[in-house]
Design a protein around this ligand. Structure first.
Ligand code: FAD
Ligand code: DHB
Length: 380
């Protein structure tokens, strides 16, 4: 049986960043990942890094390519009623901004920098919170890893959460999903556009000056086969339509997926030797781009606690992380509710939604609140 100080289950952004932060502080750790490196490096997901995430990546020496290739964004556009409204981050948040840099690239950078053991195609089968023993399958055999601490960074469908003996969960499902596409076409905007339309929400994001990332609110029962390329582009064009001569450029679609939307929190995030971090403990609907950033915030807090190793610090992890998690849950819920068309919405609800959008577009106080949450509240 092998021994390590910290056993990490999962090589998504949470597990990889935690491993990097711990190694940089001389704490030995092993990462087990059930999928292949190829799969992990090419899974299309988030794209916006809040200021704290950028700062953490830079501080631990993982920010060089991000600083060369990432796109600093100083605001977003809200679109509704065929009008555009800009929200300026630096002037509303004391100079803070966000970075558009894909999750795939963060993951590639962290894997390239990895010095300690990182086992791909190593699936954790169980994690014991009392003994710290993780059983896993690798190379057709079963193995055991004895850990002083185990951190389950194994996403929403992992085994870590189920290994916690007593946990309370909170959940909200939404009656819509996001159809996301990646397209080989320069973005038709310089900043992200969050569009509210009577036919549903749309988001124009990007990955580089040559690659666009776009999302459409769709019915969660929809299948990708229901959405041929032309239908996707036509629908995007309708929802982004605005007075003036703005035009949505089309291009070949290179990746597509439909993601259901939910809010989910598991409390607490620790039992004895076992900790939860990232999507293993919480899910936010993607509006507002908080999922990846929350994962980074969890492991930043946890790395500090595990480096000290004192019970006092470790004991404070769950409470400190959950405080931030609930703030992001509320923000993501608010952004989602403000921007999507709920099929069960009454005319009264619709007018409230438009009122909220107009207030946000017109009030510096409302904009400051959105901006401060979007760029991310400082890590305590
Ligand atoms: P994950 O990235 O899920 O990583 C968990 C890792 O654990 C995976 O690599 C998995 O293979 C591994 N694993 C699971 N079980 C085991 C096991 N038993 N043994 C070993 N390894 C295991 N957020 C946004 O902000 N914007 C978006 O547009 C967006 N789009 C998304 C689209 C999809 C389809 C999904 C699922 C999420 C999306 N998110 C988005 C959320 C964001 O990507 C996540 O919050 C982020 O990936 C969380 O990182 P994580 O490391 O906690 O979890
Ligand atoms: C992206 C995803 C989001 O959820 C969001 O709010 C903004 C951008 C993206 O994938 O680029």
């Amino acid at each position: 049986m092998t021994h390590t100080r910290v056993g990490i289950i999962g090589a998504g952004p949470a597990g990889l960043l935690l491993g990097h932060l711990l190694s940089a502080r001389g704490v030995d750790n092993v990462i087990l990942e059930s999928r292949t490196r190829e799969h992990v490096e090419h899974r299309q997901r988030a794209g916006v890094l809040e200021q704290n995430t950028v700062d953490v990546l830079r501080a631990c020496g993982a920010g060089a390519r991000m600083d060369r290739q990432g796109l600093v964004h100083e605001g977003i556009e809200l679109r509704f009623d065929r009008e555009s409204h800009r929200i300026d981050f630096p002037s509303l948040t004391g100079g803070r901004t966000v970075m558009v840099y894909a999750q795939t690239e963060v993951v590639k950078d962290l894997i390239a920098l990895r010095e300690g053991p990182l086992l791909f195609e190593a699936e954790a089968l169980s994690a014991d919170p009392d003994t710290g023993v993780v059983r896993y399958r690798h190379d057709d055999g079963q193995h055991e890893l004895r850990c002083d601490f185990v951190v389950a960074c194994d996403g929403f469908h992992g085994i870590g959460r189920a290994a916690m003996p007593s946990i309370t969960t909170f959940q909200r499902d939404y009656p819509f999903a996001w159809l996301g596409i990646l397209a080989d076409v320069p973005p038709s905007c310089q900043e992200l556009i969050y569009a509210h339309h009577e036919r549903g929400f749309a988001l124009h994001s990007m990955r580089s000056p040559h690659v666009s990332r776009l999302y459409l609110q769709v019915d969660p029962r929809d299948d990708l086969a229901d959405w041929p390329d032309e239908r996707i582009w036509d629908e995007l064009e309708t929802r982004f339509a605005v007075e003036g001569d703005w035009k949505l450029e089309r291009g070949p679609i290179t990746d597509r997926s439909i993601t259901p939307m939910r809010s989910f929190v598991a409390e607490p995030m620790r039992h004895r030797r076992l900790f939860l971090a990232g999507d293993a403990a919480h899910i936010v609907p993607p509006t507002g781009a908080k999922g990846l950033n929350l994962a980074a915030a969890d492991v930043t807090l946890l790395a500090r606690a595990l480096t000290g190793g004192e019970e006092e610090l470790l004991g404070g992890y769950s409470e400190a992380a959950l405080r931030r998690v609930w703030r992001a849950e509320h923000f993501s819920y608010q952004m989602t509710s403000m921007l999507h068309r709920d099929p069960h919405q009454t005319p009264f609800d619709y007018r409230l939604q438009l009122s909220q959008l107009r207030y946000t577009a017109g009030s510096p106080a409302a904009q400051a609140s959105l901006a401060e949450n979007y760029v991310g509240l400082p890590l305590s």
